[in-house]
Design a binder for this molecule. Structure first.
Ligand SMILES: *Cc1c(COP(=O)(O)O)cnc(C)c1O
Length: 425
């Protein structure tokens, strides 16, 4: 009977070597996705850049891998920036995003030589000008504009409604002008262009095309009203991935290709000058390449539900509890058996909401079986917590039959390393 393998290694072997729960990444798949974005996000009319949105899975090993391939990096905090610095990534390709960047984070980023600050609001713009002038460091800025495009996705990952917490609404001329004026008065901050990011897990290119249309209209308005020209345009990330069999998703390469053609068309048609187009995929770089491997413990029937309990749960994957996210699963050593059972896969965290999959068809399971969840590579480990003092899983990368420990398992000792104990009272 065939047994599930990832990157040429059996899951059972990985479980024996590294223990479970375990995050496993198929490195070749990450490389393929990154390469297809690089290859398809290209134009003869303007420069292009693909920057990995590190929040999807921030790991030094991954940062090194992607930056060697030529990708830039998005960070949204001092912590993510610190990882980028440890990985030695080219700081000129780092984009510092996020609303409410702290003063200390700004100074840290300025001193590190971060390429771009993405400004969220007027107050932040003032603080950035002050920080850059105080430090005597020049920096390029993009202003985050909210184009008000509603992509079909879950409310919590939709970022572009007119009352969104992110950016300045595209029609809010007053605040946009204020940012432009503040920057115009600074010798240290340069307005390099504009940014928008409309949401996440967007599965059709059409939403991105609408965003490009709105943003190029906006660039034209900036040109006509204020003579701002030769702008860089970052169109954000948000490319969807396949979680369950029913999901229909356009490939990342195709969506990148269509976006660039659409941008070229808008630019020519409207007569605006864009010097560089930037995209920032996060989920689509790492999502489908990642797997969560668990060991099944106890099982029970409760009402009409057949529960499988796994040795992890919402502490290593909060997405089902947070966004009702869905996943597919398989029993590693019973892949070929008929799927005769309907199971509810629940974790061991103390919450009724700690259910990884509400209902999944699987062959009959037994305690000790290995269960794998598919497409957990994005916003899984990066959102993991120590809830109930479950240690965060280890992360391994596999490629060509070889595995590499990228993040070790969090021990009890690791978990209590910040505790002061209070014995000296
Ligand atoms: C989260 C985020 C991304 C990446 O989104 P994905 O859905 O993971 O591709 C890109 N840009 C910005 C500004 C973001 O906040």
């Amino acid at each position: 009977m065939s047994e599930l393998q990832i990157g040429g290694i059996s899951c059972r072997q990985l479980a024996e070597e590294y223990g479970t729960p375990l995050y496993i990444y198929d490195e070749a798949r990450i490389i393929n996705q990154a390469q297809s974005a690089l290859d398809n996000f290209k134009s003869d009319m303007f420069e292009t850049e693909v920057a990995f949105a590190s929040k999807a899975f921030s790991s030094i090993y991954l940062f090194k891998l992607l930056s060697r391939m030529g990708l830039g990096l998005d960070v949204v905090s001092g912590g993510e920036l610190y990882g980028a610095m440890q990985a030695g990534v080219d700081m000129s390709k780092v984009y510092f995003h996020g609303n409410n960047k702290g003063d200390e984070e700004m100074t840290m980023a300025l001193e590190a030589g971060v390429g771009y600050f993405v400004i969220d609001n007027v107050m932040e713009c003032r603080r950035l000008v002050f920080a850059a002038e105080d430090a005597g460091i020049k920096v390029r800025a993009l202003l985050r504009v909210n184009p008000g495009i509603s992509a079909h996705t879950h409310e919590y990952i939709m970022t572009s409604a007119p009352d969104s917490k992110f950016g300045i609404y595209v029609k809010d001329r007053i605040h946009i002008k204020e940012v432009i004026d503040i920057i115009a008065g600074s010798s240290m901050v340069e307005l390099a262009g504009f940014h928008s990011h409309i949401g996440s897990q967007i599965v059709e290119a059409e939403s991105f095309e609408r965003a490009l249309d709105t943003m190029t209209d906006f660039l034209l308005e900036m040109k006509e009203l204020y003579g701002i020209d030769d702008m860089e345009l970052s169109i954000g990330g948000g490319f969807g991935i396949k979680y369950v069999d029913e999901d229909e998703v356009e490939s990342l390469g195709d969506m990148c290709y269509r976006m660039v053609r659409c941008a070229e068309d808008c630019i020519v048609r409207k007569g605006v000058n864009v010097t560089k187009l930037i995209t920032e995929p996060g989920r689509s770089m790492v999502g489908e390449a990642g797997y969560s491997l668990y060991t099944i413990g106890d099982m029970k029937v409760s009402g009409d539900k057949h529960y499988i309990f796994v040795n992890g749960g919402m502490s290593d994957n909060i997405r089902p509890a947070l966004y009702e996210a869905e996943y597919g699963a398989a029993l590693v050593e019973k892949q070929d058996l008929p799927k005769t059972m309907n199971y509810c896969v629940a974790g061991k965290n103390c919450e009724s909401g700690d259910v990884l999959i509400k209902s999944v068809k699987l062959p009959e399971a037994m305690p000790g079986d290995l269960l794998v969840l598919f497409s957990t590579g994005a916003y899984g480990y990066s959102m993991a917590s120590n809830y109930n003092r479950l240690g965060r899983p280890a992360v391994v990368f596999v490629k060509d039959g070889k595995s590499r420990l990228v993040i070790r398992r969090e021990s009890y000792r690791d978990q209590y390393r910040l505790e002061m104990g209070g014995d000296d009272d």
